[in-house]
Design a protein around this ligand. Structure first.
Ligand SMILES: Cc1ncc(COP(=O)(O)O)c(C=O)c1O
Length: 278
């Protein structure tokens, strides 16, 4: 179904509207992440199958979202279902809270697939992954600050919630962007101490990195901004060279793109990267 306007949407999605109203009573804004909201109300899904989603009003949709890429194989893929069920039956539980040999099996697989990865640390979310990578960079270099690219998202915490989607009238010059906080309630510290870089502009990025090299622990970026604007190869190679020279850790955040472009597509970038050792 294509919902062309709000009145058609309202007509076809009464139950969604009702459930959303109910959700608003106990969940702030009625959604578990603001990205899931759209007016007049988000759609409440009932089930998924393959490439399709079905809402509580019985409407069928093609699911282009696929849980922001996490469900790249579609809903209820038989092999995934079978593997999860088999593992749970064999293990006799859903979670151990202790080490398990499969952690190593999967880490070995990741190391094998990504030439830039030597070791793996698992986290529950992208936010935790970038937070730990940045902390590691600060610990490793002994320098305090982070540089990130304008327009790049790395999670919803203060240190990186800067210049993700800034108002153009506050964002400054495109070649020397200003740090703009994305939310009220953020301490000034992070806005003052986060260096913002222009993506795919090697000359300007180099100038800024050289000016701040003495205080920069790391540069973090999405190698494919937002999942759809790729870094140019020359830009990535330059960034690797400059950060190595200046003892700045280069961090690739692939929450959206890891294994979703293809299993080996990002190898050319990852081969440039060493997350822990600049
Ligand atoms: C590139 C990138 N980094 C970090 C995150 C944060 O991940 P999470 O929502 O799992 O904390 C996201 C989420 O969309 C992301 O796209």
């Amino acid at each position: 179904m294509i919902l062309q306007n709000n009145s058609l949407l309202s007509e076809k999605t009464n139950k969604s509207a009702e459930l959303f109203e109910k959700a608003c009573e106990v969940i702030p804004g009625g959604v578990t992440a603001h990205i899931k909201y759209f007016p007049p109300h988000p759609l409440m899904m009932e089930k998924g199958k393959g490439s399709k989603l079905y809402d509580v009003d019985g409407n069928e949709y093609i699911d282009y979202l696929l849980c922001y890429g996490a469900l790249i194989l579609g809903h209820g893929h038989q092999q995934v279902f079978d593997a999860v069920t088999k593992q749970m039956m064999e293990s006799g539980t859903t979670i151990f809270g202790t080490p398990h040999k499969m952690e190593t099996t999967m880490a070995e697989k990741l190391v094998e697939l990504y030439p830039g990865i030597e070791m793996v640390r698992y986290t529950n979310s992208g936010l935790e992954a970038t937070l730990l990578a940045i902390r590691t960079a600060v610990a490793y270099t002994g320098k305090p600050k982070l540089a990130k690219f304008e327009g790049h998202y790395h999670g919803g915490y203060d240190q990186v919630l800067v210049s993700v989607n800034p108002d153009m009238d506050q964002a400054g010059n495109a070649t020397a962007p200003k740090a703009v906080g994305e939310s009220r309630g953020m301490p000034d510290y992070y806005i003052e101490n986060t260096i913002i870089l222009p993506f795919n502009d090697l000359e300007s990025t180099e100038k800024i990195l050289r000016a701040h090299a003495h205080e920069l622990a790391g540069v973090i970026l999405e190698p494919i901004q937002g999942g759809f604007i790729p870094a140019e190869q020359e830009f990535m190679e330059g960034l690797r060279r400059i950060t190595e020279e200046l003892n700045i850790v280069l961090i690739f955040d692939e929450v959206k793109t890891g294994f979703r472009i293809s299993i080996g597509e990002l190898k050319k970038y990852m081969a440039l990267n060493r997350i822990l050792l600049p």
